[in-house]
Structure formats: structure tokens, C-alpha cells
Design a protein around this ligand. Sequence first.
Ligand SMILES: [Zn+2]
Ligand SMILES: [Zn+2]
Length: 279
Amino acid sequence: MNHIGKEWSYDGLDFIGVSLAGIRTSIAMPTLSLAFDVAQGFPYLFNINHFFMTHGHLDHAAGIPYLISQKSMSAHKQPTFYMPHSMIEPMKQIMSGWAQIEKYEYPYQFVGVKETDTFEINRNYFVRPFKTVHRVDSFGYTLFHTKTKLKPAMALLSQNELREVRESGQEITQQLETPLVSFTGDTQIEFLDAAPWIKKSKILFLESTYLDQDKSIQSARDWGHTHLDEIIPRLDELECEKIVLIHSSARYSLEHALDLLIKKIPPQHQNKVILFPGR
Ligand SMILES: [Zn+2]
Ligand SMILES: [Zn+2]
């Protein structure tokens, strides 16, 4: 059987998904039960509980009703779909249309997002949205890891001294937040400056719809997208360990796309910039 969705891992973080401009985009992190976008609702998403929707274009969001129905037929917990506020009303109308057709109402939860939100995944992980620039209302998302650590000033104190400080009402620990994975959905390059942590994310999934001069930077921008030629000059300022390009146009075969990356990415960044293997 031909399964949709390719796996990719980096430093203990496991991903599965697909991304091809205008066709389908959805990348999941199964061990954390979360996904960024849902494409048409493929089986690798059936066990996921947190769905972070970047925007409402069908290549990213068409699978929402189908996933809701699949989840309700299994014993799974009701899934949560996080999305731009402007998507919620129309999505509810779509769900009520399906309820009419199927003569059955599925339970679901839609949550509107804004930039100041924090969504807990579990004790050690949370997701924070950031604004992106597209033809419709859109957000990207960052997965953070949190760790409680002793404050540096407390590191040299003994257990007894620490207890005394704590009993005096002073905080001895601090919360360390590390941006692990940022995911852009569809956007123009300006999103890079939308939040200070984006460029520091360990892994950045970055849309790069066009890769060569047959399509100009301007035509990428006209449709709210990013051209590889806009990314290359900014590679030096990105502190990410991996930049995973997604959403390349179907006009490039996988081979051709990889070939263009080898030709165009400066040698010092060749190991850092990759193309997501699933399309
Ligand atoms: Zn798209
Ligand atoms: Zn789009």
C-alpha cells in the first residue's frame, strides 16, 4: 500500500507529513500529538489531538471536517483545531452543512488564536502563534520546550540555604523557554521579523514556493508567498540548526528542486537548508 506522508527526524524530534504548493501541506509531530495544518486529512493525522491551522486555503485546511468525523468514530479524545478567528464562523457553517448531509452532528472544538496566546501541549511543551503575511488571515506557530531551572544566583547555595531562601518568599527557580520548531504555513518573507524567537528556533519550517528565475520574486509576493532568492540573503542571520523548506511548487520535480538547492545555497549553509522529503 502506498502511504501518504514521509518521515523526517532531527535530534530526537520526529516529523511526518507532506508539502507541495497548492496541493497539500500538513506536517505532524506524532509523539507530541500535534500537527501544523491538515491538508486533506491523511491517516497519519488520525491519532493527533492538537491541530494548528496556519490559514484556510484548501491545500492546508480541507481535511478539517473529515478528521473530525474520523476522530469521533474512534475512542479518541475530541480534537482541538487552533485557527485564525476569521476562519471559525465559516468552518462552523461547513460543519453544519455536513451535519445536514450526514444527519449526524460531530463534536469538535475550534479555538481562535492571537499573537499573545500560549497553548499547552503537556507539562514541558507549549505552542505560541506568530503573525504571517498572506492573502488571507494567517499565522505561524512555534513549539517551545520549557524547563524549570535554578536561578544562576542560587546555583552555589546548599540545600539548607535554598530552603531558607524559599521560605523567605523569594523565587529560587526560573522558567527556561526554548523555541524548538517554528512552522510558517504560507507567507511572505516579512514574517521573519514578526517575533524575536523565530530566527532562533532550532528547526524552522519555511515556505519557499518558487526556487528559480522562471518565477520572479514579485510573482511570489503577488500571491503572498516566498521565493528562495529572498531566503538566501537572510541565511546568515538565521540561528536555526535546520531550515526545512516546504511548499515548493509542483513545477519542480523533487530531483529538480534538490538540484536547485545544491546550485543556489551557499556552501556554508548547505548542511543547514534541506527540502522536506514528503510532497
Ligand atoms: Zn498553500
Ligand atoms: Zn495559502
